[in-house]
Ligand binder design. Sequence first.
Ligand SMILES: NC(=O)c1ccc[n+]([C@@H]2O[C@H](COP(=O)([O-])OP(=O)(O)OC[C@H]3O[C@@H](n4cnc5c(N)ncnc54)[C@H](OP(=O)(O)O)[C@@H]3O)[C@@H](O)[C@H]2O)c1
Length: 368
Amino acid sequence: MAVRKIVVLGSTGSIGTQTLDIIERLGQERASVVGLVAWRDSELLKEQARRWGLPSERVVSVEREGSEAMTRLAVLDEADTVVMAVAGAAGLAATLAACKAGKRVCIATKEVLVAAGELVTQAAKDGGAALLPIDSEHSALFQCLAGYDYSLIDKLHITASGGPFRTWEKERIASATVDEALNHPTWRMGGKITIDSATLMNKGLEIIEACWLYGVGEDKVEVVVHPQSIIHSFVELRDGALLAQLGLPDMRLPIQIALLHPEKVDTGIPRLSPTQMRDLTFEAPDHERFPAITLARQAFRTGGTAPAILNAANEAAVGAFLEGKLRFGQLATAVEGALGSIPVTDADTLEKITLADASARRFVREHF
Ligand SMILES: NC(=O)c1ccc[n+]([C@@H]2O[C@H](COP(=O)([O-])OP(=O)(O)OC[C@H]3O[C@@H](n4cnc5c(N)ncnc54)[C@H](OP(=O)(O)O)[C@@H]3O)[C@@H](O)[C@H]2O)c1
């Protein structure tokens, strides 16, 4: 097995720290860290840099050095693998650069594929890059599809925990507090994705992510609520065979799969035993109480910059909610408003996507 030389973008976050845990477990004969990027020049970033013995030019604080410095590390000659785990579309230019440079791009940041799926997948093709999903649902789909041509897909069924408000009435959801929304029942994650899990926008974004990764239309991607988060997704093939991938709700396995595929190593992370599985339940999502999935489907069908508008409006609205400037019930309204107001253009250049992204953020700032 060749030693993977890895740059971690978003190294201080939930996915970033779990990635470093896996690299540590793999040991220096299998993996090493050659670059780290975070937003702030925090104690944690400094400690990570010390642990991996990195010189200052291999450690980037985007707040201090700007996003060009992140792109510089995304194309580092010494690196063969880039883990994209920055929260939000801020990682787009770096992802495109890593794809064009032909890296193994392990992608947790679904927002990048939502905002610019066509550009990113094309850049990966042009650069000869492997694009490997870290999102647990897409990792499950990837594993179930191993060896099959994607044209054999009949349906992709993405599972959702349903979030903390799965059983709440609509009126109560509308006035949920930040603490209630951050109290995810099964996963411990960064703030933005945890709020997206509470609105189910996370599933809307994941539908679009799956469309780009597996080359299917949104009508082929279903969402099924599965509160236990044990089955991470299903693939239904043309002949009716239904394949599933199961595991504990622990992101370290999908991270390891993306880093090593197709190699398999025991790194001692906890395993699911069949006897632990009791009462696995499934239900359809309620689109009346959780309108975000419908908005995401509409944006994908509209095409062009509509998904970038959806994503940026959602990022801005979630940020405002976390700052106490907007009510939970207004999250979907803000996204719907941006989609209805901002003109959609082609999404064939980074500039057009950046423009649409900025307009959507401005819309939310000015109206909410
Ligand atoms: N957490 C999960 O279990 C999970 C599962 C599936 C997919 N994902 C996806 O993975 C991505 C990361 O999620 P997370 O939960 O790990 O988020 P997180 O805990 O909030 O971490 C975000 C990371 O990105 C950095 N960052 C934020 N803004 C940045 C910017 N403008 N430029 C450079 N770095 C920036 C942060 O640095 P600072 O610490 O300095 O602020 C931190 O290192 C998201 O797209 C999410 O949807 C996460």
